[in-house]
Design a protein around this ligand. Structure first.
Ligand code: AMP
Length: 212
């Protein structure tokens, strides 16, 4: 048993940061489709190349492939887990209903809400450590020393290829058109809670923590 906690929010809303905190502090695994696709795209296979091309444009990977990846990854989770970045389309949400029934788990959706004006800055300023995955922002949460991880001073921070301004605009539009409608779906079915994604990481974490 357990729950499937679905974090929904625009790219840059802070889903990944919060999911990582839930994993570190409460031991609830973070399952991020974006991270899984980023790992996959390093492989040199036709499928990996296809995923790479889609991500580079800021578009969505097919529902079928995405679902397959989620199904495989979640099949070993007996307890609750957090989905970060899935579902992103109405079809994925339907697929998740079937998966939840198979796994005998309830779905709880949490919206991380942030004004869209804030998002471009968050995304273009985002940097991460390739060693530990820690996420920084050069405007909002800079590392102690320029461009290196606080915990891994030997590691230069990386900037995600799809966090450049032009692709960010596509990703935000994709979110509004394909993913935002899921909020009313979860609301109608009585499974939506909402937190503000503005403010400091700790207060947002405690808000989310209370809801789970
Ligand atoms: P993220 O790290 O969540 O911003 O995801 C990065 C990219 O991975 C997205 O822009 C998509 O190309 C792809 N991706 C992640 N999750 C999904 C999903 N649920 N459905 C389709 N594509 C996805």
């Amino acid at each position: 048993m357990g729950k499937i906690i679905v974090l929904i929010g625009a790219p840059g809303a802070g889903k990944g940061t919060q999911a990582r905190l839930l994993e570190e502090r409460r031991g609830i695994p973070q399952i991020s489709t974006g991270d899984m696709f980023r790992e996959m795209k390093n492989a040199d296979t036709p499928l990996a190349r296809e995923v790479q091309a889609i991500m580079a444009e800021g578009k969505l990977v097919s529902d079928e492939l995405t679902f397959q990846v989620v199904k495989d990854r979640t099949s070993r989770e007996e307890k609750s887990y957090v989905l970060d970045g899935f579902p992103r389309t109405a079809i994925q949400a339907e697929m998740l209903e079937i998966l939840a029934a198979e796994q005998n788990k309830k779905i709880q959706a949490i919206e991380v809400d942030i004004p869209s004006a804030e998002l471009v800055k968050r995304l273009t300023g985002r940097r991460s450590c390739a060693t530990c995955g820690e996420i920084y922002n050069i405007y909002l949460k800079p590392p102690k020393k320029d461009n290196v991880c606080d915990f891994h001073p030997e590691t230069q921070l990386t900037h995600r290829a799809d966090d450049n301004k032009q692709i960010v605009v596509t990703r935000l539009a994709t979110y509004q058109i394909q993913t935002e409608p899921l909020l009313s779906y979860y609301e109608r079915t009585g499974r939506l809670k909402k937190v503000s994604g503005e403010g400091d990481l700790e207060s947002i974490y405690w808000e989310i923590n209370k809801l789970i």
